[in-house]
Ligand binder design. Structure first.
Ligand code: C2E
Ligand code: MG
Ligand code: MG
Ligand code: MG
Length: 280
């Protein structure tokens, strides 16, 4: 404590550690209300098929426009949302909104687009999750093949028995399953054989230096070849240069997603993007 110069007011100096805690607490209460205040928005990042150059679909990426005017990136609030359980209502909102946007795209003349949605571990652990997905499809009127659920490798291998059952139920609905951030976990490639999934997403960390680093290139090639021999298709994430695109094309990677072909954008921008590519 220190006495304010002249006055009789006591000032409290919070040590660094607990001010971090205060910050976290403030952020948690703000996040709690972000949904109902309409501060959460969605961006969509194009995924392009390498064989045809056509737009395959888009991944849904959340943003938080906080009340003080700043845009907060998911890396800075998704972990907190996961720790507090807020990710469940937020994730539910993302799923509904994404499917509704996809319905707009279908109506705008893009019937076979695939919308990808990130599903967090807590959502995936809910036993009634397949029921939730079925209901969202029904309410938004998109077809199961229009929806891809992205589950990280980390989430998928946490409880194999649960994952096999859950993924089996989701696949039987007809939605696609992608394994996100593939390659950075410690799991062996073999478990991919056991899980009913369709798409492997190579983590950007392998794409970043694949031109300069022959180890990264070898890993990308191995993931692509192994996925193909298991009957899975591959999306490379974080493609930023034409050189990376060409190399991935040579490796017969199926799709790319990255700043080179398109940054995350609004739904309106995505419709315009699609029409522009379709007219090339
Ligand atoms: P992710 O699912 O692996 O999403 C890809 C991230 O890579 C996105 O970051 C995207 O903007 C970024 N990215 C794409 N292309 C490039 C590129 O060429 N270069 C570089 N440097 N980065 C690129 P973002 O939007 O910040 O999202 C980060 C993570 O937050 C996501 O990783 C995902 O795990 C999580 N996330 C985002 N939205 C949601 C959501 O609705 N629900 C959940 N549970 N997680 C979400
Ligand atoms: Mg993802
Ligand atoms: Mg990823
Ligand atoms: Mg990621």
């Amino acid at each position: 404590y220190s006495k304010d110069s002249g006055g009789n007011q006591l000032k409290v100096y919070t040590p660094a550690l607990s001010s971090k805690r205060v910050e976290r607490f403030n952020m948690e209460s703000a996040l709690r209300y972000a949904l109902e205040r309409g501060e959460l928005t969605l961006n969509f990042q194009p995924q392009v098929a390498l064989a045809t150059g056509k737009v395959y679909g888009a991944e849904t990426l959340i943003r938080w426009n906080s009340s003080d005017g700043k845009t907060i990136q998911p890396g800075d609030f998704i972990p907190l949302a996961e720790e507090t359980g807020l990710i469940v209502p937020i994730g539910q909102w993302v799923l509904e909104r994404a499917c509704r946007e996809c319905k707009r795209w279908i109506r705008a003349g893009m019937p076979s687009l695939v919308i990808s949605v990130n599903i967090s571990a807590l959502q995936f652990q809910q036993d009634d999750f397949p029921e939730i997905v079925r209901k969202v499809l029904e309410e938004t009127g998109i077809e199961p093949f229009n929806l891809c659920l992205e589950i990280t490798e980390h989430t998928a291998v946490q409880d194999m028995e649960h994952s096999i059952r859950m993924l089996g139920e989701l696949v039987s609905i007809g939605v696609k399953i992608a394994i996100d951030d593939f390659g950075i976990g410690q799991s062996s490639l073999l478990w991919l054989k056991k899980l009913p999934v369709h798409i492997v997403k190579i983590d950007p960390s392998f794409i970043l230096n694949m031109i300069e680093d022959s180890d990264d290139l070898a890993i990308a090639k191995a993931v692509i070849d192994m996925s193909h021999s298991l009957g899975l298709s591959v999306t490379a994430e974080g493609v930023e240069t034409e050189e990376q695109l060409q190399r991935l094309q040579q490796l017969q990677c199926d799709r790319i997603q990255g700043f080179f072909t398109g940054r995350p954008m609004t739904s309106e921008q995505f419709i315009a993007y699609f029409k522009e590519i379709a007219n090339w």
